[in-house]
Design a protein around this ligand. Structure first.
Ligand code: NDP
Length: 328
């Protein structure tokens, strides 16, 4: 029996269990490309899957891990051959399809994106779904017409994964970035990424007025709930907020006032089922617009056998920036 190392989540009498085990290769799911995984990453959603805090795992047993970078080992897909360097994020990996915290993954060739030549597998996973989502949000704001001349941009959950990458990229593009964080102790870190101002997230967490003083032309929100409502109520006439997260909650206690009185737009961002053309565009922009020194600053690496212990920390909002998972 051929096996490989993997983290396995199983259903228990109460909740779920997660353990690093040997996984039987015969149990891999359908797919036309087998990838030798070199690196993965730890995202908020991975934390939910590993801790069982929310029902993101829809099949048992599951190998969690929503991101991978690695090398094609076998392929019957016309676009991919053994030796190709690839990235796969989302598409239900780690939720409905066996995921990335493993030495091997079998996926659909249609899900893959070629690793940009200027990125290593480790750098791609330092970016991961969080950084990729930050870039999807920036692309949506650009499609809306936002430029550095439009005015300041606000980023919530700024010290987290999405927030750190969004801060670094928008600052490099020349934007005046207002970084909102619950960890003012990370002020130097955020200024180092290029934030112009760092504000306490408590300024944005109380129940929102329908309209408040206009403070920014755009924003990237990882937090949801009253924070997103406040962002909308403080957005300048004609501006836009890209919403991608729910770190504070799924609700949105807002009103239509920002939309109908200020022409503000709420742009929804999804990284999981995002089409391949948008993926290629986002990865190419990340390869060109994200300063590698900044990427190194926001990243730390852990081994596969440390992932389960780190999961509760990302759910508690205690992880700074991005976590790369090195697969043995
Ligand atoms: P992280 O945990 O790295 O970052 C989230 C940040 O949000 C924290 O670091 C913290 O930042 C802030 N935060 C945490 N809890 C709270 C709270 N209760 N109230 C206010 N702020 C809080 O996660 P990711 O960056 O990986 O993901 C961020 C969000 O985006 C998650 O909700 C995730 O599910 C979502 N997401 C969505 C995607 C999509 O496709 N739409 C893809 C990727 C992520 P600070 O300490 O600076 O305040």
């Amino acid at each position: 029996m051929a096996t490989f190392k993997a983290i396995r989540v199983d259903k228990a009498v109460k909740g779920t269990t997660a353990a690093l085990t040997e996984f039987d290769e015969a149990e891999l799911m359908e797919g036309d490309v087998t990838v030798r995984v070199e690196c993965s990453s730890l995202n908020y959603k991975d934390g939910l899957a590993l801790t069982g805090k929310a029902p993101v795992v829809r099949r048992f047993p599951m190998i969690p891990g929503i991101d991978l970078a690695g090398t094609v080992e076998q392929s019957s897909h016309p676009q991919w051959k053994a030796g190709d360097k690839v990235i796969c994020t989302g598409w239900g990996m780690g939720e409905t399809h066996l995921g990335a915290y493993a030495e091997k993954a079998r996926v659909k060739g249609d899900w893959l994106v070629a690793l940009p030549q200027t990125l290593s597998a480790r750098e791609a996973m330092a970016i991961g779904t969080a950084g990729f989502t930050a870039m999807l949000a920036i692309l949506a704001l650009e499609r809306h017409g936002l430029t550095p001349e439009s005015g300041p941009v606000v980023i919530t959950g700024a010290a987290g994964g999405v927030g750190s990458v969004a801060t670094a990229v928008l600052a490099r593009l020349g934007y005046h970035v207002i970084a909102s964080t619950g960890r003012l102790s990370e002020t130097d870190y955020l200024k180092g990424l290029g934030a112009t101002e760092v504000i306490d997230r408590n300024e944005l967490s109380a129940p929102a007025k329908p309209l408040a003083k206009e403070r920014w032309a755009g924003g990237v929100d990882s937090v949801g709930s009253t924070t997103l409502a406040n962002l909308l109520s403080m957005t300048r006439y004609g501006g836009a907020i890209a919403a991608c997260g729910l770190a504070a909650g799924m609700d949105l206690p807002s009103s239509v006032a920002p939309f109908i009185l200020r022409g503000v737009c709420l742009l929804g961002i999804d990284s999981v089922m995002c089409p391949v053309t948008s993926r290629k565009l986002a990865w190419n922009r990340l390869a060109s617009d994200l300063d590698r020194a900044k990427l190194t600053e926001i990243t730390h690496e852990i081994a596969l056998d440390q992932v389960i212990a780190q999961a509760p920390q990302i759910i508690a909002g205690q992880v700074r920036g991005r976590v790369v998972v090195k697969i043995p």
